[in-house]
Write a protein that binds this ligand. Structure first.
Ligand SMILES: [Zn+2]
Length: 66
């Protein structure tokens, strides 16, 4: 197996997911719901997530736009 690294911790994540399960569950439910949407704005939301992670924002308070 060659799973990519979770961007928020040293664990590995499933290729289909943005974060490992443990980190994903720490995000607010609203954020999880929005990040799971597949629409034209999904890349912007992922960018917001990556920027929050780069700024070491705690997972529990990361928000992305609708
Ligand atoms: Zn993780």
């Amino acid at each position: 197996m060659n799973e990519p690294k979770c961007p928020a911790c040293p664990a590995r994540r499933d290729r289909r997911l943005l974060l490992c399960n443990r980190c994903w569950r720490q995000l607010p439910a609203t954020t999880r719901g929005r990040l799971a949407l597949h629409d034209p704005r999904m890349y912007g939301r992922r960018e917001q997530l990556n920027r929050a992670l780069a700024a070491h924002t705690p997972l529990a308070i990361i928000r992305v736009s609708r």
